[in-house]
Design a protein around this ligand. Structure first.
Ligand code: AMP
Ligand code: MG
Length: 332
């Protein structure tokens, strides 16, 4: 059983729940407008509002803790960003009445720390495109110690209570190293968690493969070849964000592939895109490595510099999937 009263676990589950509420309020409260980041992914008011909420709460609950977040307030301070900052401050203010534009920028920039021996990492809205299209997205918070994820929380407002993509209930998954992975609905006054177990399937033909909705985040052709090689019967399931990991952890699929996009063959994954999801799956009995079978190494800064893509499975299918990857993919 996981000890939910332990201060760090309590902080992480509490703040992710709060952050999900902000993201949902932004979604219903305004027609979501994207800013353009330097990598051209859409950034929303929710991204900044969530990082502000988490930065503020972390500074209050665990004053010595270090946060490595995806966002910075820099672009909010430009002429283009000003209307976004106003909106962010309004939404953050609904949960933190003391919010001013300056305070909000400071809370966001609490996440500008460099990764060290022990730090939190946050993806405020993982799957921004899913969020914009009303699909799956996740708020992902993890604690990393000496290059290993120790604690991870995924808030998935559009996943159902069995980690199925039925909209509107919301799922909260939490995992602590050695204490299992646990699931609750997003809003539960009784705080009743049930343990997550990955699928026991060991027959590759029965595997359900998950991949990104964004074809540019993977290699769709190679996924098809891997499926063919394993004689997988079902078509791949597309889903945005680390909600995929929660789905695997709940036994809703067996394989999650992050292959290298032909347009970005040197892509290195960001730590906040994999940290929380990977421990949720690992603690549910699944396995996560890179495409060459190497463990994910979270000790290399903001990206997984020592890894190539990600191969995540329910466990029993891992070796067969790695073998198919080696046969099909040209890896750097
Ligand atoms: P997903 O929703 O699974 O497509 O993953 C979303 C995450 O993919 C985003 O948070 C991005 O940081 C990350 N990403 C961006 N470009 C790439 C890429 N070329 N390959 C893999 N992941 C990417
Ligand atoms: Mg992300």
């Amino acid at each position: 059983m996981i000890d939910l009263s332990q201060p760090e676990t309590q902080f992480a589950t509490g703040v992710v729940r709060q952050a999900c509420q902000v993201a949902q309020r932004v979604q219903t409260g305004m027609a979501v407008q994207g800013l353009t980041k330097s990598d051209f992914s859409p950034v929303t008011v929710a991204d900044f509002a969530v990082q502000a909420i988490v930065g503020r709460a972390l500074a209050a609950a665990l004053p010595n803790a270090v946060l490595v977040g995806e966002e910075s307030s820099k672009e909010l301070k430009t002429d283009e960003g000003r209307p976004v900052l106003e909106a962010v401050t309004r939404f953050v203010g609904q949960q933190a009445p003391e919010a001013t534009e300056q305070a909000v920028c400071e809370w966001i920039d609490h996440g500008l720390s460099e990764p060290g021996d022990r730090f939190w990492t946050l993806d405020p809205v993982d799957g921004t495109k899913g969020y914009l299209r009303g699909g799956q997205y996740a708020i992902a918070l993890a604690l990393i110690e000496n290059g290993q994820v120790q604690l991870g929380v995924l808030g998935c407002p559009n996943l159902g209570d069995q980690c199925q993509p039925d909209m509107g209930i919301g799922a909260l998954a939490v995992a602590k190293r050695g204490e299992g992975a646990w699931l609750n609905v997003l809003v539960d006054p009784e705080d009743q968690f049930t343990q997550l177990h990955a699928s026991p399937c060991s027959d590759p033909t029965q595997a359900r493969i998950m991949r990104s909705v964004e074809s540019g985040h993977t290699n769709v052709g190679e996924i098809d070849h891997i499926a063919e090689r394993l004689s997988v019967a079902a078509e791949p399931v597309c889903m945005d964000s680390q909600a995929k990991y929660a789905t695997l952890a709940a036994g809703g699929a067996e394989v999650l592939l992050r292959l290298l996009s032909p347009k970005k063959p040197d892509y290195k994954e960001c730590i906040w895109d994999q940290a929380a999801g990977s421990i949720v799956l690992a603690e549910a009995g699944g396995r996560i490595t890179d495409l060459k079978g190497q463990p994910l190494d979270f000790s290399q800064g903001r990206r997984l510099q020592n890894n190539t893509g990600v191969c995540a499975t329910n466990g029993p299918l891992h070796e067969a999937v790695l073998e198919a990857i080696a046969a099909v993919c040209t890896l750097p």
